[in-house]
Each structure stands twice: as structure tokens, then as C-alpha cells.
Design a protein around this ligand. Structure first.
Ligand code: CA
Length: 534
């Protein structure tokens, strides 16, 4: 992990926090980013004596030395692009002055040649969770109703409301009842090779540890994704003897037994009752931190993401690995430009081959749409100081900490019980799709960093949101759970914020509500379907 070099004194006074400040990430960098809220006007004098030639917005880059046309601009000790014209020290370096480098090829990459940092194990950290029959652990105790097809979504939503108002008060140990609504299931080329991705995603989400192994399904009847294709016998845990042979309990709306809308609703409500009874009988118990399966991602990133929040998450990722837990990082287009950093950090060459397989498959997927990884960046990223995907990727990868990558998970697959430590779960960077695929992987806790700000949340799993800037944390004080902006604005250390996040993870895993949960904010499940629709 790169440690940011704050060009101001380490011993800051409140006075110095208001003077012009920049952060440079590596001693070899020739740009630094402006820390001050509102940016800095032309003529500002940095502590080094450098005078700004332009007004530079907050989070944007200041050139620290003169550069000729075509020279490399370095941030994170990586070339993030080449100057399109000669630039002098003190200039604002924005995306219109930078030519993006082409993507690193997949040949001649360094393979599994980085040493394990040899971090000491962390022992004695626990949380209060729900132990499932298969050994996995839930951080929430939720009844999730699986759906085979979008057609049933409206009916399931009404049934869920009735279950919540009429049944849930009788089952106080059950946290929530949710319908796993999605847009898949019919009107799709279900035998296309890539259709396996959305199908296994839905299957594995219904088996997420936060749902206690209680699988019930609502089907329409005529859809392409039939219940036994979604959940073939043997793919789900045995709930009780009567359902062991025949698949999960399924309510089929087109069944002859249904006469009228209300009979469908009644059927779903009555089918839910025994599941709620079994979930309600469960109690939280003390569980070692090693049972956490944490998914990390970022959204609405800015230039501070890679300076404050993501390094703090990276430090917490190392703590999780030291505690024996599982930590997933994802977002293909945000690691693509650092593929060499990933392949060299793999624990063995076969894992590096898995990284290359997933990222080269994704390159081809993008090529089919006549774009490349640079389609990732948003107007907000650029307004926040990120000039291109190379710069964004360098700040994104830091979330993975410093330990070796122990395995690679293809999209929609579920982690096995022995897949511990740092995992690269190959997913698109889209917030909703990444979160959905991490749920399928078995995530029981989600960490989300944001610089521009997003009210993101999931109904299926608690989401801890980490702000990259103090200004965002101040304005969104009841949406952001952690303010990593203190690293830039108050001189807090990455370690301090990393530990704060780790302790909060244990508290949230034990039942403490995140802001997204308090406000009941949750985004839709969004499937990754690279296969054709019909
Ligand atoms: Ca994302």
C-alpha cells in the first residue's frame, strides 16, 4: 500500500489546516492533489514555495515541476498519462491536458513473485452472529423470498407487505422479509453460454448466509427459468424432511389451485410462516471474526478515494485477513490498468492465470460493445479530480490492502468455506451489479467508499459507507458511517481510521444498524447478464 506523503508538516496546527495544502502519494510523483475545501486560487503559495499558476479545484492535480510535451505524469508512482503540451510547475493538470496510456497487455506480466507481507495473526476478535447449518454465519436474520421471474414481482411485493404487517410482529428475532426481485427469468436466451452468470447469481443469492438457509420460491409457471433450473435438487440446504426430496417450497401463481388474486397472496403468506418460525428460533451467538465475508467496493469516486477512504479500507482489509476472515475486492475496469499489480500479488501462478482469464474475458466483453475500460469514468469522477481510468484504478486497487490474493471468483459464483483471505471477485464496477454479485459470493457485510456521495444500500446485507472527504461527511452526516476525510483534513492516520472501520464492522455484524439500514435505503438487485435477450 502506498502511504500518502503530506507535503505539510506532520505536526499540524488548526492554522496550518487552513493554509494551502496538497497531498502527493509517492516520492516519485510529479503531481499532488489540492486538499483545501473549495480548491485554491491562482497565486496560492504551497509550503514548498511553489506558486499556483491556475485556480485548482479541490481534489485536482497541481504540477510540481516543468514538463515537456509527451512527458509522463506520475501519481501513485505510476504513469497516469502523457502531457499533450508543455506544462510549467504550478499548473492545474486536468483530463484535457492528458493523453491516456494504452492498457497493459496480458503478456510478460510479473507472476506471483511478491512476498507475503507476513502480517501477524489477529486473535480474539469476535462478533455476535447467526450460525447456519452449513457453518456459514449471517450478520442479519432475514426471510428472503426467491423469485424466478420479474412477472411475479408485483404480487410478491404485496405479499411481503402483508407478511411484514401481519406476521413479522409475531417473530421479533427476524430482522426483515424481502422479495428477491430482478428483471431476469424470461424473454432471455437462457441456453446461451453466458446465461449461466445471471442464473447462478440468483441461485447463490438465495443461499446468502443472511437468509439462514430458508429458501422459498415464487414462480409464475410458464417462465424460461423454471424453479428446478434455478435451484436444482441438491443445490440448496435441506430445511426439513418434507422438502428434502422435492426442491424448495414453491408457490406457482399459475397453479390451478389459485382462484383469484387473494388466493395467491394467501398462499405466499402461509408458505412464509414455517420459515419465519424457524428463523425466529435462532439467536445470535459469539462467532470468531474469521467468519466475516466482507465485500468492498467504491462508487462516486473522487481523487481523495485513493488517498483517504480506500487506503483506510485497505488497512482494514489487512486486519480482516489477519483475523482469518474473507475479504473480496472487485470492479474489473478499476483494476484492469493495475493488472500487473494483481498478478504479482497472487499466492501462486494458477491464481494469476485466473486473474488474467477473468480480465481478458472482460476486455472481450467490452470490445463487443466497441468500448474499453475507459468507458468507466463518470462526469462526477472528473469533476472530483480523477482525470482518467488509470488514475481511478490506482486509487481503487488500494482497497485490497497488502496481502497476497488467495483466490479468484468468477461472476455469480459462491465462495467455498475454505476460500479465506483476500479474494478477487471479478465483477463489473457498476455499484448495483458489483453489490449483487458480491451477495451471490456469500458476502455478509459490505463496505462502500464514496467521494462524490451516494445513498447506496442493500436490503440483503448491511452496508457501511465511508466518505473520502470531510466536507461530504459533514453535509451527509446521517448517511456516511465513517469519515475517512479526516486523514486529509485533520491529519488522522490511515491506521487509526482503518481500526475504527474494523471495530465498526464487528459492531454492525453484531446487529448495530448502519445509516442505510436506519433509513431503509436499498438499491435494486441488478444482474450481470452478458447473454442476449430475446
Ligand atoms: Ca462500484
Amino acid at each position: 500500500m502506498t502511504t500518502p506523503i503530506n507535503t505539510n508538516s506532520q505536526h499540524k496546527t488548526s492554522q496550518s489546516l487552513h493554509s494551502p495544502r496538497v497531498i502527493k502519494m509517492h516520492e516519485n510523483d510529479n503531481v499532488a492533489i489540492v486538499v483545501n475545501d473549495g480548491g485554491l486560487p491562482a497565486g496560492s503559495v504551497l509550503e514548498s514555495g511553489l506558486v499556483l499558476k491556475d485556480k485548482v479545484p479541490q481534489g485536482h492535480k497541481v504540477l510540481l515541476c516543468d514538463l515537456a510535451q509527451g512527458a509522463a505524469i506520475k501519481r501513485y508512482n505510476v504513469c497516469i498519462g502523457y502531457t499533450l503540451k508543455p506544462l510549467s510547475a504550478g499548473s492545474w493538470v486536468h483530463e484535457r491536458l492528458i493523453e491516456m496510456p494504452s492498457a497493459v497487455g496480458f503478456e510478460n506480466l510479473p507472476i506471483a513473485n511478491e512476498k507475503d507481507p507476513g502480517l501477524t495473526p489477529l486473535e480474539g476478535y469476535t462478533f455476535e452472529g447467526y450460525r447456519n447449518k452449513d457453518g456459514s454465519v449471517g450478520t442479519r436474520n432475514i426471510l428472503a423470498i426467491t423469485t424466478t421471474v420479474q412477472c411475479v414481482a408485483g404480487v410478491v411485493a404485496i405479499a411481503v407487505n402483508r407478511i411484514k404487517s401481519e406476521l413479522l410482529p409475531q417473530y421479533p428475532n427476524v430482522d426483515d422479509v424481502i422479495g428477491l426481485e430482478h428483471t431476469y427469468g424470461c424473454g432471455v436466451a437462457i441456453d446461451a453460454p453466458d446465461a449461466i452468470i445471471p442464473i447462478r447469481t440468483l441461485r447463490n443469492i438465495s443461499l446468502n448466509p443472511n437468509f439462514g438457509g430458508e429458501v422459498m420460491v415464487v414462480s409464475l409457471g410458464c417462465e424460461k427459468l423454471q424453479p428446478d433450473r434455478l435451484l436444482p435438487p441438491g443445490s440448496f440446504p435441506i430445511q426439513h424432511e418434507s422438502t428434502a426430496q422435492d426442491g424448495p417450497q414453491t408457490v406457482c401463481l399459475q397453479s390451478d389451485s389459485h382462484v383469484g388474486f387473494i388466493s395467491m397472496i394467501e398462499d405466499i403468506v402461509q408458505t412464509a410462516r414455517p420459515h419465519l418460525e424457524r428463523l425466529n428460533a435462532r439467536k445470535r451467538e459469539t462467532i470468531p471474526a474469521s467468519e466475516l465475508i466482507v465485500g468492498v467496493q467504491c462508487g462516486g469516486s473522487d481523487a481523495f478515494s485513493g488517498v483517504t477512504a480506500n487506503p483506510a479500507v485497505g488497512f482494514a482489509a489487512d486486519l480482516l485477513v489477519r483475523a482469518g476472515a474473507t475479504i473480496m475486492f472487485s470492479e474489473n475496469t478499476e483494476v484492469r490498468d493495475g493488472v500487473d499489480q494483481l498478478t504479482k500479488r497472487c499466492a501462486n501462478p494458477s491464481i494469476a492465470a485466473d486473474v488474467i482469464r477473468e480480465l481478458s474475458w472482460y476486455d472481450k466483453y467490452l470490445e463487443r460493445g466497441r468500448v474499453d475500460r475507459s468507458a468507466n469514468t463518470t462526469p462526477g469522477n472528473k469533476a472530483g479530480g480523477l482525470s482518467n481510468i488509470v488514475e481511478k484504478a490506482m486509487g481503487s486497487i488500494i482497497k485490497s490492502g497488502t496481502t497476497l490474493i488467495q483466490s479468484v471468483l468468477p461472476p455469480g459464483e459462491k465462495l467455498k468455506r475454505d476460500q479465506r483471505g483476500l479474494v478477487f471477485a471479478a465483477t463489473p464496477a457498476s455499484d448495483f451489479i458489483c453489490g449483487t454479485l458480491q451477495l451471490a459470493a456469500g458476502m455478509n457485510l459490505h463496505i462502500f467508499t464514496t467521494g462524490r456521495g451516494t445513498p447506496y444500500g442493500l436490503a440483503e446485507c448491511p452496508v457501511i459507507k465511508v466518505a473520502t472527504r470531510t466536507d461530504l461527511a459533514r453535509r451527509w452526516h446521517d448517511l456516511m458511517d465513517v469519515n475517512a476525510g479526516r486523514i486529509a483534513s485533520e491529519g488522522a492516520s490511515i491506521e487509526e481510521v482503518g481500526w475504527e472501520l474494523f471495530h465498526l464492522m464487528l459492531a454492525v455484524a453484531s446487529g448495530k444498524k448502519t445509516y442505510a439500514e436506519q433509513w431503509k435505503l436499498h438499491n435494486a438487485l441488478v444482474l450481470f447478464n452478458p447473454a442476449p435477450v430475446t
